[in-house]
Design a binder for this molecule. Structure first.
Ligand code: KG4
Ligand code: ZN
Length: 336
C-alpha cells in the first residue's frame, strides 16, 4: 500500500470541503464549510447562492486542509475532485479550482464520482474492508443499491424511480414545518414521536424489487396533512416525523436485506447523508445481525458531504494510473 498524499476537493451541493488523505485511508485533515445557515433562510438549497458561497470559501478551506495536515502543495501526489453528480454551478467551482492548482503545481488530476466517494467514506475507518461488497447509498440526491465489484467498478442493482430518501425526508420536514435541513430535524422530532400513530405506505415496485419509490410515501403524508386541516384536526409533528421516518427505514432495510440474500452477500456497506440517521443505523444493524451480515457504516461526519471520501476514492484511481486531462468538466447527472 502506498503512502501517496491526495488532496480531495468537494463542492457538489452545499458543503465546501477539502481534505488530505494518506494512502487512501488515513485522514490527515478534513475541513468542511457548511452553507446550512445561508440556505435555511430559503427553506432549501438555492443553487446560485451555493455556487457563489463555494467561490468565496474554497481557497480558505483548501489552505486550512493543507495547514491541518501540515503539508505544502509540493508534498502532494495528486488532486482528486468531485465532478458529478451534483449542482452544475457548484461542481464547476471545485473542478475549476482543482484544475488550476493541478496545473500550477504540476500535479496529476483525478475526477471523482460523488456517489463513489460516499461509498469510499467506509474505507477511511474500516482498514479490513475491500471490495467486492454490496452497498446502500442514501443521500439527498440518490438512493442506490449497488455492488462495488472492485475498486472503481460498480454495478447498480436498484435505484429510486423518483425522490431520493433524503429528498423525501426534506420535503416532509418542510411540509410539517420543521424546515431545512429536513433529515436531521425529522430524526430529532421522531425521538419524541409515536411511529405507529400514522400508517404511511411502504413504497415498492413489484417488477423491480431492488428499486425504490419514495414520492408516493411523501404524497401520503401531504394527503394526511390536508385531510387533518380540512377536518380542523391538529397534527402531531413528532408523530408524523416518527411514522414517516419509520416508513422510509422499513423500505430501506427490507430492500437491502433482500439484496444481500439474493446476491449471497455477507457484508453490507451503508453510505450517504441519510446514513447518519441513528434509527436507520439501528434498524439495519438489527436486521443484519439476524441475517448473519456484517454492517459497515461511516462515522456521521463521513456520511454527509466531505472531501476525505473524495480523496479516498481518488487514491485508487491514482494507483491504477487513471488521470483526468484539462478538459475535465462538471457532469451534473454523472451515473455511478
Ligand atoms: O450525502 P449528503 O450530505 O448530500 C447529498 O449527496 O445529497 O446527503 C444530504 C441528505 C439530506 O437530504 C439530509 O436531509 C439527509 O442527507 N440527512 C439525514 C440526516 N442527516 C442528513 N437524513 C436523516 N437523518 C439524518 N440524521
Ligand atoms: Zn453527498
Amino acid at each position: 500500500m502506498s503512502n501517496k498524499l491526495i488532496l480531495g476537493i468537494e463542492s457538489s451541493c452545499d458543503e465546501t470541503a477539502a481534505s488530505v488523505v494518506q494512502g487512501g485511508r488515513k485522514v490527515l485533515s478534513n475541513v468542511i464549510s457548511s452553507q446550512i445557515a445561508l440556505h435555511t433562510q430559503y427553506g432549501g438549497v438555492v443553487p446560485e447562492l451555493a455556487s457563489r458561497k463555494h467561490i468565496e470559501n474554497i481557497n480558505t478551506v483548501i489552505r486550512q486542509a493543507l495547514k491541518e495536515a501540515d503539508v505544502q502543495l509540493q508534498d502532494l501526489d495528486a488532486i482528486g475532485v468531485t465532478y458529478g453528480p451534483g449542482l452544475v454551478g457548484a461542481l464547476l467551482v471545485g473542478v475549476a479550482e482543482a484544475k488550476a492548482i493541478a496545473y500550477a503545481s504540476h500535479l496529476p488530476l483525478i475526477g471523482v464520482n460523488h456517489m463513489e466517494g460516499h461509498v469510499c467514506a467506509n474505507l477511511l475507518e474500516h482498514p479490513d474492508l475491500e471490495p467486492p461488497f454490496l452497498c446502500l447509498i442514501v443521500s439527498g440526491g440518490h438512493t442506490h443499491l449497488a455492488m462495488m465489484k472492485d475498486y472503481g467498478e460498480f454495478e447498480v442493482i436498484g435505484r429510486t424511480r423518483d425522490d431520493a430518501a433524503g429528498e423525501a425526508l426534506d420535503k416532509v420536514a418542510r411540509a410539517i414545518g420543521l424546515g431545512y435541513p429536513g433529515g436531521p430535524k425529522i430524526e430529532k422530532a421522531a425521538v419524541e414521536g409515536d411511529a405507529s400513530r400514522y400508517s404511511f405506505p411502504r413504497g415498492k415496485i413489484d417488477e423491480s424489487p431492488y428499486d425504490f419509490s419514495f414520492s408516493g410515501m411523501k404524497s401520503a403524508v401531504l394527503n394526511e396533512l390536508n385531510r387533518a386541516k380540512m377536518c380542523g384536526e391538529e397534527i402531531c409533528q413528532a408523530d408524523v416525523a416518527a411514522s414517516f421516518q419509520q416508513a422510509v427505514i422499513d423500505v430501506l432495510v427490507s430492500h437491502a436485506m433482500k439484496a444481500v440474500r439474493d446476491f449471497g452477500q455477507k457484508r453490507l456497506v451503508l453510505a450517504g447523508g441519510v446514513a447518519s440517521n441513528k434509527a436507520l443505523r439501528g434498524a439495519l444493524q438489527e436486521a443484519c445481525q439476524q441475517n448473519g451480515i456484517k454492517l459497515y457504516c461511516p462515522s456521521p461526519i463521513y456520511c454527509t458531504d466531505n472531501a476525505a471520501m473524495i480523496s479516498a476514492a481518488a487514491w485508487y484511481h491514482y494507483e491504477k494510473g487513471e488521470r483526468a486531462d484539462w478538459s475535465l468538466n462538471a457532469v451534473p447527472d454523472l451515473p455511478l
